[in-house]
Write a protein that binds this ligand. Structure first.
Ligand code: SAM
Ligand code: SF4
Length: 334
């Protein structure tokens, strides 16, 4: 079918992650510096432009759309965008609409998200300790996020918790966080911390905690079964036989998922990144703004996909910028 986006390595691109804002109400130490300079509003795609762009991607074969940021739910009127995307779920063109959020706004938006067609959401939370939560997010309040999680579950949303694994920070909380997720029927995924930008905080709060070690910790306490299931992304899964829980591990620094990579990312300014670990990008905002006609945008998307690289460059052995990407996660949307 001509509508399908297939890259030069015969990977069918059907998953799009879109960052709808670079702003956030938190300042997580591994993600942002305390004094961030955010983009001027005119640089950002408007909600109408986001709608046109995402709808064009859906027309070209994108089946799964994840909305992220920055914090997507702090973008003004973002619910109108979610409701508008819901129309593609109704036609069946879009199979899944999801969001990655810090949870701070869920108390007011969870029901609305469900109404728009969202069924599963990822909520990022690294600790259940109020003081540590305040330290790691700088501006966040744990109680607000916990109320948001309650609201999400009450609304019928399936929740996955994403926790960044930080040695000396949440290492000791592994059993507690795991039990808490089990009690509330939530999936749990651990993310290996990526060196994104120089935030100068590494020594202050935790440090790199290899997911191999996290998995070993689980093996000490549970019977762990490796699952074959892959999502086309950097996640591996295991099942804890005692609780039946599925635990994910995201190791973005390894190469071994590139061959099945089915995704691209678009930033809030309309830059399409074909690979999280590469600087190569194309501008979709210019074709969006140049004309009401979507044809130039479609062409730009196809050309971008035709340049999707085979794999990414995160590799400690190559020491590219000491393994660091100059972009912040809040820019490309994690
Ligand atoms: N604000 C939303 C949130 O926190 O879920 C969405 C955007 S955030 C950039 C997406 C994910 O990226 C979060 O789960 C966050 O923990 C993760 N993240 C941010 N910086 C990271 C880093 N340096 N290494 C690994 N994960 C990171
Ligand atoms: Fe904000 Fe998410 Fe980055 Fe934390 S990880 S600062 S919540 S964008």
């Amino acid at each position: 079918m001509s509508a399908l986006l297939v890259d030069p390595f015969q990977r069918n691109i059907n998953y799009l992650r879109v960052s709808v804002t670079d702003r956030c109400d938190f300042r997580c130490v591994y993600c942002m510096s305390e004094n961030m300079n955010f983009l001027p509003k005119k640089e950002l795609l408007t909600l109408e432009e986001l709608d046109r762009m995402c709808s064009t991607f859906v027309k070209l074969g994108i089946e799964k759309l994840r909305i992220t940021g920055g914090e997507p739910l702090v973008r003004r009127n973002i619910m109108t965008f979610f409701h508008s995307m819901g129309r593609h779920l109704e036609t069946g063109a879009l199979k899944e609409l999801t969001v990655t959020t810090n949870g701070s706004q869920l108390e007011r938006f969870a029901t609305d998200l469900y109404a728009s067609g969202v069924r599963r959401i990822n909520i990022s939370l690294d600790t259940l300790d109020e003081k540590k939560f305040a330290d790691i997010t700088r501006w966040g309040r744990l109680t607000q996020v916990l109320r948001g999680i309650d609201a999400a579950l009450a609304a019928g949303l399936h929740v996955k918790i994403n926790a960044v694994a930080l040695k000396g920070f949440n290492e000791t909380e592994l059993p507690l966080i795991t039990q808490w997720c089990s009690d509330l029927g939530m999936d749990l995924t651990w993310i290996e911390v990526m060196p994104m930008g120089d935030l100068g905080t590494e020594d202050r709060l935790g440090q790199y905690w290899s997911l191999k070690e996290v998995q070993r910790k689980y093996s000490e306490q549970f019977t762990v079964t490796e699952l074959a299931e892959r999502t086309g992304g950097p996640a591996r899964y295991v099942r804890l036989e005692e609780t039946g829980q599925k635990i994910g591990f995201i190791t973005p620094l390894t190469h071994n998922f590139c061959e099945s990579c089915n995704r691209v990312r678009v930033t809030c300014t309309g830059e399409i990144y074909m690979c999280l670990g590469q600087e190569d990008m194309a501008d979709l905002r210019a074709p969006l703004r140049s004309t009401e006609d979507n044809k130039p945008l479609e062409d730009a998307i196809r050309i971008a996909i035709s340049k999707k690289p085979k794999g990414h460059d995160f590799d400690y052995s190559r020491q590219r910028l000491d393994g660091q990407m100059p972009r912040h996660m809040s820019h490309t949307g994690g």
